[in-house]
Ligand binder design. Structure first.
Ligand code: BMA
Length: 309
């Protein structure tokens, strides 16, 4: 069972605006008052990532798109190369946005990176908003730790806030009383040897509560650097118990806009919306454009799940 691409993809592409003329990709998505808000990562002439904002009413066609960045990080050394890959979770009456703040370690303190190249420093930040116009910056929530792919669960579980994060190359859980200080880090799922998600995995969209468990759309990467999407289901009461994960990917790079862009062969989601009994999966194609693909609730139940090793 696979996601079905919208036939008019991509739904968002670079414009001639200087801050988003190279790439628009990896967007958060959330429903609010009859709209889907899309907060996307944009790169322009300076290759610094900022967030752009667009809305859609039917989930497919863009109804509004702001001409200026909706959010940019100013004056924060830890985010001097920008803010990437936003994920939105509505908790009570606020939208919380987790994202990756990117900079470089000073050469004098650079530590070996897994890719033996630029010593990127990736910190996870937290913002919140009620209206996608004004933002409160809460700061770094995993200090002193290179990390990314953080998603928040939409409600407390057994009294605690819960997040998924990615300590390379696996997906972990952590718990908090206040969304700022995180503890009890616990390995949730490892890469699966010889599988589509053998090299690294990361959470995609914030988990969605279903009668069968927490539904998580995640990305998996193989040794050829193909980024694909799959799902996992976690126990509702104890999300550290994985009920199952996709035996096969539900979306992989097949079209031209998924194979050819700034980074080839990438489909990468940060936002999924439940609309008209369908999951609308918004995803970056080859780190350059945004597409949407859907799956009905009934079809999702047919996705072959297996126990992780
Ligand atoms: C990941 C993130 C994503 C990107 C992906 C593929 O590490 O940086 O923003 O889409 O790599 O390049």
């Amino acid at each position: 069972m696979k996601l079905v691409r919208y036939d008019k993809n991509p739904v968002l592409a670079p414009t001639t605006n200087w801050w988003e003329n190279k790439a628009v990709f990896n967007c958060a998505a959330v429903r609010s008052n009859g709209n889907v808000h899309i907060l996307y990562r944009a790169q322009g002439d300076d290759y610094v990532s900022r967030f752009g904002h667009a809305t859609t009413q039917n989930g497919f066609d863009i109804s509004c798109r702001e001409p200026d960045p909706n959010y940019e990080s100013v004056g924060d050394e830890m985010e001097r190369l920008g803010v990437e890959d936003p994920r939105i979770t509505k908790i009570e009456d606020r939208y919380y946005i987790t994202y990756t703040g990117v900079s470089m370690y000073p050469c004098s303190e650079a530590r070996p990176s897994p890719f033996k190249s630029v010593p990127w420093r990736c910190r996870v930040g937290l913002l919140s908003t009620k209206d996608f116009q004004t933002y409160e910056k809460h700061g770094c929530i995993l200090p002193d730790m290179d990390n990314k792919d953080v998603v928040l669960f939409p409600e407390r579980i057994k009294g605690k806030y819960v997040m998924m994060h990615r300590t390379f190359p696996n997906i972990w859980l952590a718990y908090s009383d206040d969304l700022m200080t995180w503890h009890d880090h616990k390995l949730l799922m490892r890469v699966q040897p010889s599988s589509w998600d053998c090299d690294r995995i990361g959470a995609g969209a914030p988990p969605i509560k279903t009668e069968h468990g927490w539904l998580e759309f995640y990305h998996g990467v193989d040794h050829q650097r193909n980024y694909r999407l799959g799902v996992m289901l976690l126990d509702l009461e104890d999300p550290s118990k994985v009920i199952g994960r996709s035996a096969n990917p539900i979306l992989g790079p097949e079209t031209d806009y998924e194979k050819n862009g700034l980074v080839p062969n990438v489909v990468f989601t940060c936002g999924v919306v439940d609309l008209h009994d369908q999951y609308f999966v918004y995803y970056g194609g080859a780190d350059k454009v945004i597409g949407v693909a859907t799956m009905s609730h009934d079809d999702l139940k047919k996705v072959k799940l297996e126990k992780p090793v």
